[in-house]
Write a protein that binds this ligand. Structure first.
Ligand SMILES: N[C@@H](CCC(=O)N[C@@H](CS)C(=O)NCC(=O)O)C(=O)O
Length: 214
């Protein structure tokens, strides 16, 4: 029995943050597939009573402990492993600042945009997609500017803020209809630095459910 189980599915960039962190720290873990698309598992009463009352993936299970919210999971794993932990109060607050910005305005917009574009039934309203795309361009621009001067979000060292940012940034450009790397060169360079890390894996390789059964 592995130390950690992660409720996740391949298309979830929110879950990818946790899967990537587990792999980067060399944890003993296994994914538990969540049937998000067909079965609507996160909306079932059983999921909400037994797994996560918030009705979301990812959920990290370690013995009797269950954690949700990828930022909380990253913070817990960094503390337990001593890896990618922000050092000192100022860095901790800075990491939290970027994790919240990312959750709300970077991956927090990329995820719904990609869902509406590819899988929503009925299909996403073009006006909503246009609104989200505008917000995405603005937020990615802010992150790109930040990364122009430093290799990682907080400076020379990778922290959980970077792992959080990875969320949806490795999914294929075709799924978005625009190329994040081409539009934002400093983000492209950051992505390369991340993929060079031992333990890095693509979301479609780390988590089950890709390609999606038809
Ligand atoms: N802020 C959360 C977001 C989690 C989230 O929205 N996960 C999606 C899957 S990618 C979900 O389960 N959504 C279910 C819903 O919103 O009903 C995190 O970072 O863990």
């Amino acid at each position: 029995m592995p130390e950690y189980e992660l409720y996740c599915f391949a298309q979830s960039g929110n879950a990818y943050r946790a899967a990537l962190m587990l792999n980067l720290i060399g944890a003993d873990w296994k994914p538990v597939w969540v049937d998000f698309f067909k079965g609507g598992q996160t909306r079932t009463p059983t999921y909400r009573s037994d797994i996560n009352e918030m009705g979301e993936a990812p959920v990290l299970v370690q013995g009797d402990k269950k954690l949700s919210q990828s930022g909380v999971i990253l913070s817990y794993l960094a503390k337990r492993s001593g890896k990618y932990l922000p050092q000192g109060e100022d860095e901790e607050l800075e990491a939290l600042r970027w994790i919240i910005f990312d959750n709300q305005k970077v991956n927090g917009f990329l995820g719904p945009f990609r869902f509406l574009k590819n899988w929503a039934k009925p299909a996403g309203d073009p006006a909503v997609l246009a609104f989200l795309k505008g917000r995405i361009d603005g937020s990615l621009g802010i992150v790109n500017k930040r990364l122009e001067g430093k290799p990682f979000l907080l400076g020379e060292r990778l922290t959980i803020a970077d792992v959080s940012l990875a969320g949806y940034l490795y999914y294929p450009a075709e799924e978005f209809g625009f190329d994040i790397g081409k539009d934002h060169p400093a983000i492209a360079a950051w992505r390369e630095r991340m993929t060079a890390l031992p333990g890095w894996g693509h979301p479609y390789d780390l988590m089950p459910g890709h390609p999606m059964a038809t």
